[in-house]
Design a protein around this ligand. Sequence first.
Ligand code: C2E
Ligand code: CA
Ligand code: CA
Ligand code: CA
Length: 279
Amino acid sequence: CKEAGGNQFQFYHPEMETEMMERMKLETALFKALEYEEMDLHYQPQFNMKTKELIGIEALIRWDHPSYGRLSPDLFISLAEETGLIIPIGEWVLRKACRQMQEWMASGMKPVTIAVNISPRHFSHASFIENIQVILAEEKIDPGQVELELTENLLMHNNDKNAEKMEVLRDMGLDLAIDDFGTGYSSLRYLKDFPVSLLKIDRSFIDSMNKDAKSAAITKSIITMAQNLELKVMAEGIETEEQMEALLEQDCFYGQGYLFSKPMPAEELFNTYGPVEAK
Ligand code: C2E
Ligand code: CA
Ligand code: CA
Ligand code: CA
């Protein structure tokens, strides 16, 4: 269909039609998902692996569709990006995560960072900063407690504007993290131009660091670089003791992964990490 050459009718292959229909169905469902309250957030704790202390909590969106079942965010976040639905969804996530953190603290949990994933299209939206300001004010949360996880690729596009926005956010007191670090297109040079405070080493490197020398070397280099730049560094997707030990040996203290905890519903997180200290 690349050769369709302007003839629109060539688009309608039967298999294409099914694919398009599926997409449209999913798009319609996504459009309704917030209104129908099918979305929820799960929360994954982040630790200082040396002291075993809880240092932060990452909010991760979940969508349970009544007939499709649970859909992976990797699937629907990109659709939400393409359709622009990421704006209302992203705002909902931000508000819900801040509100949840406030509720936990009101119930006696110690204040830790709440980390929220922000899509490039949401970040680039003209009223992003304004929206954040409104949400932080309405939810009465200290901006210093909120961390935005951005992907490397954001740094590529619309450079000046994004850099400017990042400065504004930093001045507001928010922390900025680069998610999936090492997988994007960003040149390391960008690191000095953007006010980020944390690098999250992508899971793929952690997954293979004890199996292949190249991944180990990359992981090591990222940690060293972060240290030299005085950035915090966190490993994600830690699943084994060996991975944790190797990271600690290199003075990478912050970690997140199934070894410690899977993402879980708010109530479960509170029961595990709230004031009762079940650990
Ligand atoms: P991410 O931000 O890199 O989040 C980490 C993903 O790895 C999560 O998948 C998490 O459940 C999973 N994970 C955590 N620890 C481990 C581990 O030890 N092993 C393995 N194999 N996986 C682990 P999830 O929740 O399916 O989210 C996938 C991606 O979808 C996220 O990757 C993020 O890019 C995106 N996403 C999730 N929630 C949101 C959201 O609220 N807004 C936006 N814009 N994107 C989101
Ligand atoms: Ca993330
Ligand atoms: Ca902070
Ligand atoms: Ca990640």
